[in-house]
Design a protein around this ligand. Sequence first.
Ligand SMILES: O=P(O)(O)OC[C@H]1O[C@H](O)[C@H](O)[C@@H](O)[C@@H]1O
Length: 562
Amino acid sequence: MSATPLPRTEGTGDQAEEALSLDRRDEWAALGAHRERLGGTRLRDLFDADPARADRLTLDVGGLHADYSKNLVTDETLRLLAELAGATRVAALRDAMLRGDHINVTEDRAVLHTALRAPRSAVIEADGRDVVPEVHAVLDRMAEFADRVRSRRWLGHTGLPVRRVVNIGIGGSDLGPAMAYEALRPYSDRDLEFRFVSNVDGADLHESLRDADPATTLFVVSSKTFTTVETITNATAARRWLVEGLGTEEAVSRHFAAVSTNTEAVERFGIDTDHMFGFWDWVGGRYSYDSAIGLSLMVAIGPERFREMLAGFHLMDTHFATAPVERNLPFLLGLLGIWYGGFWDAQSHAVLPYSHHMSRFSAYLQQLDMESNGKSVQRDGRPVGWATGPVVWGTPGTNGQHAYFQLLHQGTRFVPADLLGFAEPAPDLPEALVPQHDLLMANMFAQGQALAFGRTAAEVAGEGVPAGLVPHRTFPGDRPTTTILAERLSPSVLGQLVALYEHKVFVQGAVWNINSFDQWGVQLGKVLAERVEPALTSGKEVEGLDASTAGLVARYRTLRGR
Ligand SMILES: O=P(O)(O)OC[C@H]1O[C@H](O)[C@H](O)[C@@H](O)[C@@H]1O
């Protein structure tokens, strides 16, 4: 990497403050001492001692009701965590982000995904230019395009309307739109089909095209850089499939749209820039699905619903920007994670939605959280001396109950979890299936209770369980959860949830003093893959392969008969 000194972030405080390592701060030490004092405090005791706890440790923001009372915290813990946030100047960094400072110091960029959902009347400057008009100009063009596809006025090369939309992208250009499409499927045009192709494994594209008709298929090639190997490889194959199917290169224009920041590369690929939708380098890939990267989603749910979703994001942005730390939900969730990672040795964090439509949510959060906070050097390059981002994982809760919840309840690992649920079932659910919703939600509430309070040996024995089985049937409890309950999984609520997690990740990165907005850790593997590939295909000796990798390459070649 270059030896150029990193640009300093403006306005985040004096240098001496910033240079102080997190683990040398008094506020960190105070939390450590507090943790010692808490010792084996039980959630049962905390609830027994404080009848108002369940009322007090809840927060309503927009359409979200968050109950964080089942966390291993006291009022004192929350106070100390808020002090830590104060000492680490999280709010100052937040304000620097919101006003467009280059807080992404290693790439010298602003971080302004909040501008993507700002109302038309807002003024937000990046490098001296108000970006809000550009954001809305792109949204308007997207809306026009989406409306044409949805109203069947967008015709393919042979004059037929689109039936299948295939989004080709990976990472932030796939996970967001794919997750949100699943989440908002009940709001989508059911006569249009959507596929999301990301894997360079040709099977992914094949499965999305094997029953498709080129005459009615529209590809949306989504890539911030438009250089990502997987995406360009799949888009090239898709283009070949289309041209072979329709017999002419001329068909490409009516069947390909692009979303990117790289106009030149889009042109070079041969996509008409009239069908290109842009965004900006101040939008990180994993923070981009509310930009033009959401084009496929907008085609699915329509511009109006998409705007409702943006309004949900904006609601949470406003809350994050203005609510005091102790009543600020992204701050609270972020600080709880700091608490568990720093003082309870939590290695992972589970996000368990009790909703079929949220099946891709944890996968989406994996990139958001782990690519942002999976770092081990501080903003100025010094190593960290504390745990940073956790392993984030999860699947819909009911399915998890029959798979890995055993470990959550009785294993030796400590796994804090978020339980997400919705009071109303999916809006398009047939009447006959609606009663199942109560069963679904009963499970969510029951799991939170079982994880928190467990079942003591005395209680188990009292139920007449044979003595030899008592230890096996005892549940220790004190497994913390935060429950987030909303009325329904609407576009607005989805926007609120995503913005909540975006800002939670921000808070954690700020306290840990890492740059949540670069991703150098994904580079090395990409570079090595480029070196290894010729060895697989041409058999040329590749220099610099270690003995194990060289052996695997040789075995691969033998297996492929090369
Ligand atoms: O949108 P693209 O430029 O194609 O990038 C797609 C993805 O690939 C990269 O490897 C990054 O790690 C991700 O942050 C990014 O979302």
